[in-house]
Design a protein around this ligand. Structure first.
Ligand SMILES: Cc1cc2nc3c(=O)[nH]c(=O)nc-3n(C[C@H](O)[C@H](O)[C@H](O)COP(=O)(O)O)c2cc1C
Length: 407
């Protein structure tokens, strides 16, 4: 049954998963298991948390996870990934945020918002997308950013980070992966600029470094700042592994605390990691091995972890310091606790036969909503139905979003 754990194996008391980790900024992560950034689509359409979202993060914290990362939290409501994103700013409902933090930052568990900006991939019904360059390809039309637009970005990320710190979140992750704005800057497919922000990989990475510097200035030296990057866009003409290694080299010179390695994009027609159906994993370990040679910054790997043994092996190899899980944590919100006990047990992944594009991610997202209502035991949606419900819910939220933010 989905969410049940199967297969047991004995564990070593010195299990690498249980060790704490001290980040360069001095913060302690209590074990090596992270709930990866997921856009849970549980914001209320006004950019504020719902009770279901608060309960969801409470459950992951109760389940022993060292860090939970809230996917796609926006500092600028003009370029959201979805209308269920949280928005940090003057209009945010502080009481709801307080409730989220007080229930999910417990027992040494960290809660980090992933600071996003969807750029060219901003949700069309509530955005007029802008990316590094104007694009007009099938399924993707966006304007290009002006110099002024780019110059405002570091401040926007820094304000959102300061909001997070002042509200009691215990760190932030900057989203520079999966084809969203900062990842678009890194990718030659999206970034065709001829100025100081385009061209060589150093120039394409410039805005990322400027964002990190400004965020650090805003939160001070002892607050964790992570970043999620692509090891490859998995697209012809996109970011290559060679360029991604250069990004790691550049990040090594910054004050970043944790580099989260992932891959794939949500470019029309591209394969995203969250829609992957293959059994093999973890996906980007070889890249991480090469990255390890060029940086001392702790590395986290996201993508394809399904069994505890894979996580242990990856940690034992010395290549990565943290294991990050998305879908496994949706199937079993207590997974960290289970993997840290002697008995162990792995989640049973559902197998979907030729689901429509986006339906797997939709299925996992709708299951997140069920987790937030403690009703996963009666969750029976198939991917097609999940996709329909997910789109309908978004359409409702768009109405609220427009009302609140369109001025
Ligand atoms: C429902 C869902 C939503 C996701 N949203 C985000 C997101 O907001 N930000 C992000 O960086 N990755 C997001 N991802 C991708 C995951 O963080 C992860 O990179 C991917 O699912 C592969 O990891 P896994 O094999 O452990 O699932 C999402 C994945 C899922 C399943």
């Amino acid at each position: 049954m989905i969410g049940q754990t199967v297969r047991h194996e004995s564990s070593n008391p010195n299990d690498a998963l249980r060790k704490s980790l001290k980040l360069p900024c001095g913060a302690i992560l209590k074990n090596r298991i992270v709930k990866s950034a997921m856009s849970d689509s549980l914001g209320n359409g006004d950019g504020d948390p719902t009770e279901a979202q608060i309960r969801l993060y409470e459950r992951w914290a109760e389940g022993g996870t060292a860090v939970s990362i809230i996917g796609e939290v926006q500092g600028d409501p003009r370029y959201p990934e979805k209308p269920g994103n949280l928005v940090f700013g003057t209009h945010t409902n502080k009481q709801a945020i307080q409730s989220l933090v007080s229930r999910a930052v417990i027992a040494g568990a960290h809660l980090w918002p992933q600071l996003g900006h969807a750029g060219a991939l901003a949700h069309l019904p509530i955005s007029q997308p802008k990316g590094p360059s104007a694009l007009n390809v099938e399924g993707l039309h966006c304007a290009g950013m002006s110099d002024e637009d780019i110059q405002q970005l570091p401040d926007m990320y820094a304000s959102a980070a300061a909001f997070a710190k002042n509200s009691g979140f215990s760190g932030v992750q900057i989203h520079a992966g999966h084809g969203f704005l900062l990842s678009q800057f890194l990718s030659p497919l999206f970034n065709r600029r001829k100025d100081g922000y385009g061209g060589s990989i150093e120039a394409r990475c410039r805005i990322v470094l400027e964002v990190i510097d400004e965020v650090r200035r805003a939160v001070g030296p002892s607050f964790p700042i992570g970043i999620k990057i692509n090891s490859t866009d998995k697209l012809e003409g996109g970011l290559t592994e060679i360029d991604a290694l250069e990004v790691v080299r550049l990040l090594d010179r910054t004050s970043i605390d944790l580099i989260d390695i992932s891959g794939g994009t949500y470019f029309p027609g591209a394969k995203s990691s969250s829609d992957a159906v293959s059994d093999g994993g973890p996906y980007f370990l070889e890249f991480a091995r090469r990255a390890k040679d060029i940086t001392d910054v702790p590395l986290m790997l996201t993508g394809g972890f399904k069994r505890r043994q894979q996580a242990r092996d990856a940690l034992a190899s010395g290549v990565i310091e943290m294991v990050s899980l998305a879908r496994a944590m949706v199937l079993c919100p207590r997974l960290a606790e289970i993997w840290l006990t002697e008995k162990g047990g792995d989640p049973e992944f559902p197998k979907f036969k030729s689901p429509p594009r986006g339906a797997i991610t939709a299925w996992y997202t709708m299951r997140l909503a069920a987790l937030g209502q403690d009703s996963e035991n009666t969750f029976t949606l198939n991917p097609e139905r999940a996709l329909r419900d997910y789109d309908e819910r978004d359409a409702q939220r768009c109405i609220k979003w427009r009302k609140k933010f369109s001025h």
